[in-house]
Ligand binder design. Sequence first.
Ligand SMILES: [Zn+2]
Length: 317
Amino acid sequence: MEKKILKIDNKSFRCKEIPLTRRELKNLLNYRIPCLCCGMEMLHPDVYLKLLGDERLAASASKVIPVLEPFENIMHPVEKQVFNMFKSMAQKYPDKNFQQLLLMKKDVHELALVKIQSSIFNKISFYRRILPKRTARALRKLIIKTNDIIFDPEPHKPFSRRIFIHKLKNILNGYENQKIKDEIINISRRLPRSSDEVCAFVVKNARKKPDIIALNLIHPSVGTFEHLQPKCLNGKNNSLNFALECSYCNNSRHHYPLAVQIEENPYMPENAQIQINKLISLCKKDICKKDYIENLVQTLKELSCEMINLDIEALKD
Ligand SMILES: [Zn+2]
């Protein structure tokens, strides 16, 4: 699908008043709110802030594990798998820290990762046979460059999935066959992210310090304010334009429009409904405000071209 840049004027937002202060919005994160995009339960940012200065995280695995255990239930799936890997490795190597443990696993996981990546690049390369000459040439160049990075054990710059997809989209920009274009982009989306493949997590994090690795197990779950209309498209910097989203989903959206985020996360409309249901239940306890929910629903509907069309009937009861 083509990237849709939506420039919706802020005037179209429903209420004029800011429904919740930043503090009130942040306070909602004390109530196990699921992320708008991925649906995972979020952690209050202050809890994470406390951990940031915790020196115990740089210690040996056997000491860090009890510190992280209370957060195991909110870890995202890959992070949870890595945490379990640490737990079983720590029984054998209790004195090694998280970085030393990851380095022991790095080669095996890197090989697995390169295998997945190269098979995807191969699939993309097949399209050179049907693409116009110039596009095919540009694609060939990109794949050669990318292979140089992934097959080099110590590349100058590590491979970036996001940059690769961005370059691929640029190459296909002038190509008219939308169906083929979508096929190629969808194949590229299967490239592993550290959030959906343990091997990608291990490779990405083995270069990091032990305390950072420990924090990275939790960081994706931290609740943040997502600008529904990106700031660079004049999105407001208050709760009229904020949705609660986990740090992972917020960071991976970058400045892209909502429509692109939904393309990458097809379950987002269902997950948004789950969040809204939770907010409605908090509204009935006077913890959240009706105006905030109504504005959020309206904003999501407009910015997503109605791909996110939420039911707030329960708000009227
Ligand atoms: Zn999320």
